[in-house]
Design a protein around this ligand. Sequence first.
Ligand SMILES: *[C@@H]1O[C@H](CO)[C@@H](O)[C@H](O)[C@H]1NC(C)=O
Ligand SMILES: *[C@@H]1O[C@H](CO)[C@@H](O)[C@H](O)[C@H]1NC(C)=O
Ligand SMILES: *[C@@H]1O[C@H](CO)[C@@H](O)[C@H](O)[C@H]1NC(C)=O
Ligand SMILES: *[C@@H]1O[C@H](CO)[C@@H](O)[C@H](O)[C@H]1NC(C)=O
Length: 492
Amino acid sequence: MQPLTISITTTCVIVLVVLVNSSLFNQSFAHNHKKVQYPSSSSLVLGLTHSRTFLPNVVSKLSSRSSSEYSSTLKPLEMLDMLEPLREVRDGYLISLKIGTPQQVIQVYMDTGSDLTWVPCGSLSFDCIDCDDYKNSKLMATFSPSYSSSSMRDLCTSSFCTDIHSSDNYYDPCTIAGCSLVTLLKGTCPRPCPSFSYTYGAGGVVVGTLTRDSLRVHGSDPSVSRDISSFCFGCVGSTYREPIGIAGFGKGPLSLPSQLGFLQKGFSHCFLSFKYANNPNISSPLVIGDLAISSKEHLQFTPMLKSLMYPNYYYIGLEAISVGNMSSAVVEVPSNLRDFDSQGNGGMLIDSGTTYTHLPQPFYSKFLSMLDSVITYPRSTEHERRTGFDLCYKIPCLNNINSHEDDINLPSVTFHFLNNVNLTLPKENYFYAMGAPSNSTLVKCLLFQSMEDGDYGPAGVFGSFQQQNVEVVYDLNKDRIGFQPMDCASAS
Ligand SMILES: *[C@@H]1O[C@H](CO)[C@@H](O)[C@H](O)[C@H]1NC(C)=O
Ligand SMILES: *[C@@H]1O[C@H](CO)[C@@H](O)[C@H](O)[C@H]1NC(C)=O
Ligand SMILES: *[C@@H]1O[C@H](CO)[C@@H](O)[C@H](O)[C@H]1NC(C)=O
Ligand SMILES: *[C@@H]1O[C@H](CO)[C@@H](O)[C@H](O)[C@H]1NC(C)=O
């Protein structure tokens, strides 16, 4: 998870060292992939809904330097007539997991920026620090292992245990668990995997234990489902600022697509527009497996780049951003948005767990200057100060939020990714109304954020807000990511 202003994100910045022999891993789990009744077991279509919740506290700025470092803080605001939160917001797209016997239904964020899947555990004892606004949220369903007859702690000898402890010594989790040297050498130590802590880039921390239980996932059609009898996930008893569970969609062995057996294929999603936030009646498809990547040749594909530092996450290379139709209005991006240094720093992470796209300084400021030079509306510095966004405009409208002229007069923004892939963003993916019209004026702010040009971690993050109404295909077979603007509600 990468961290943000006004949003928390879920990019995991801990490095999980994978010591697992992946073929062994596949063997030991292959028999668990049962399908229920479906003509093809090679794909799974889940429903994604959009959720938006507010966190207390101040706006934080993304820093790639350290998971706990926040700069630029704004005081929480008295809300005016604002549609857009001025406080920190946790946005994300949810899927449902059915865990245990009998099944308990838990909704979790889908996060391409981490591997671990975890759920809040222990109904009354689950403790979320700095999550006050969530306390009465019905999303805060927790999993109770004691009510599941199939729940068990993972063991220290499990490859997942080694993975989560990021150990460079295969024996460490068992040493921590207090195994004797004899059982340790024989690999027969029966002790449970020691508890873990998992830190996200935005500063969120979760502490829990690795648990195995049965998992069922299915979409709107309940006859299409997938079961795993011994799914490994985090049973999390306490968190800092992470009130809702997370399904990791990274490439590590712990991730949900990995454990479902779809990692060699891929997945695709089409994120609903934010106007459907918190509407449980509408969902868009999250496709996992063959169906996600077949018949997609009409999409534009950009290569997946590989960072040595975070090999389990998805990186793409940004070459330029252009503003409007003028070929002159191209902002050249620094090379660290498409290249890594020898340690694997740099690159642009594509992360469904980060809300707004983050661009490094001074490139971010150049991009804003370019936009401001072609936009003729008056700035609203008051909104800029209040929201923490850097570019807000007063746009005339006719008392009706749907009849403003901005669609014509705000410039288009196109991201140019490697391999000649041009993604022209839908306008609502970057200029967002900050409130209802007032005095025949609507204020819209640019929802991009700057990121310190640190030399550690990713140089930029392509977030979920900029992925609304775009089909995004993660083709893990060919190591490429495809884009195509579309109306995701119509695909629901
Ligand atoms: C969802 O559908 C139910 C039943 O049709 C309806 O009562 C409810 O208002 C809808 N919710 C939203 C947010 O549209
Ligand atoms: C951009 O080009 C399109 C089609 O060529 C045109 O309709 C539109 O008005 C142009 N927009 C700007 C801002 O020049
Ligand atoms: C993408 O944009 C660049 C720069 O405007 C242009 O040269 C290129 O032809 C475009 N590629 C496609 C496939 O349209
Ligand atoms: C609304 O517009 C009128 C006329 O332009 C102006 O006098 C008034 O101060 C404005 N009110 C607010 C609250 O901005």
